[in-house]
Design a protein around this ligand. Structure first.
Ligand SMILES: O=C(O)CCC(=O)C(=O)O
Ligand SMILES: [Fe+2]
Length: 321
């Protein structure tokens, strides 16, 4: 993005902040959808082409990041409490609205629409975005849910150690016809990941923790257009039905790891990952917890909010899971 385009984005961010309220993130997202029409033409055209072509992984660079950015919060909940990086949330909301509709989950990061991806003490080896010393394995975002995002977008505020976001494309899988058939059958069950937290008030009611996090879903790994398939995969939160399907799942995991690439985001970069065509993860790193840690803002984007309204039986961008 040129300096002029960046200035236009910054002015629209100011406008969005002044005519919507921080306490009304859903109203702000509605407003962002119309203001996104005023983003620079080159940017809108580019993102529209990305959408039409179903490009896997797209990076925008030189988006505005505050010179006086707050220290990296120690955990997403600290960011939520202090509002750290709230202007950058609006940058992501606005640019994301040029390619999809932002939405969130009632049981993830307190139902916030824009998330913080920062390392958190005690979570270093967790299977969530708060991890650090353990890498995050390649996954489809929210693999368990039919309304999972068409895109997940990550906006980099800080990345001093240049830690890569890893990804692997469905197109790189080379599979026999028999394996393809198996992976296209409903022989797999997908579960909510650990970032979807259960209602702890009911923790002693005997309900399985997984059930409290949301429903699991059975289905296929490969689906959609035969020549250019979609897929979903998250080895940590899926099961295969039977030995053959289990083997097929392992082959996919091996192929994805072998073909993994990585993109290192710098401050001001936003990546749009096609969640139907690519799985993503993160390299391991050593957390600092001194205010200088890697820091991303994240948003889920859907192509069609009505999928979510229907699942919720309510006009809300927050999926009640
Ligand atoms: O930290 C990253 O680069 C990716 C983390 C991730 O998978 C996510 O936030 O969804
Ligand atoms: Fe993710």
């Amino acid at each position: 993005m040129s300096a002029d385009e960046r200035a236009t984005v910054a002015a629209l961010v100011d406008e969005l902040i002044s005519d919507s309220e921080t306490w009304d993130p859903l109203g702000r997202a509605d407003r962002a959808a119309s203001l996104a029409q005023e983003l620079p033409t080159r940017l809108r055209r580019f993102l529209s082409e990305v959408k039409v072509a179903e490009s896997d992984v797209t990076v925008l660079s030189n988006l505005p990041v505050d010179d006086d950015l707050a220290p990296t919060p120690v955990g997403w909940d600290a960011a939520a409490k202090t509002g750290a990086g709230s202007r950058e949330e609006v940058v992501l909301l606005l640019c994301g609205s040029a390619i999809g509709e932002p939405f969130g989950w009632s049981n993830q990061q307190d139902g916030r629409l824009i998330h913080d991806v920062v390392p958190a003490p005690g979570m270093e080896r967790s299977l969530t975005s708060a991890s650090s010393s353990a890498g995050l394995s390649l996954h489809t975002e929210d693999v368990f849910h039919p309304c999972r995002g068409d895109y997940v977008s990550l906006f980099c505020l800080r990345n001093p150690d240049r830690i890569g976001t890893t990804y692997a494309r469905v197109d790189t899988l080379s599979l026999s016809a028999a394996l393809r058939d198996l992976l296209s059958s409903d022989s797999f069950t997908f579960h909510p990941d650990d970032s979807h937290v259960g209602v702890t008030l009911n923790a002693i009611d005997g309900t399985d923790e997984r059930e409290r996090r949301g429903p699991s879903e059975s289905g296929a790994v490969l689906f959609g257009p035969g020549d250019r398939p979609y897929f979903r995969f998250d080895i940590d939160f899926m099961e295969a039905d039977g030995a053959a399907a289990t083997d097929a799942m392992r082959v996919v995991q091996r192929e994805l790891s072998e073909h993994a690439e990585s993109v290192v985001l710098s401050p001001g970069d936003a990546v749009f990952i096609d969640n139907y065509r690519v799985v993503h993860g993160r390299e391991p790193f050593t957390p600092r917890y001194d205010g200088t840690d890697r820091w991303l803002k994240r948003v889920n984007l859907t192509r069609d909010l009505r999928r979510i309204y229907t699942a919720n039986a309510a006009r809300s961008r927050i999926i009640v899971a």
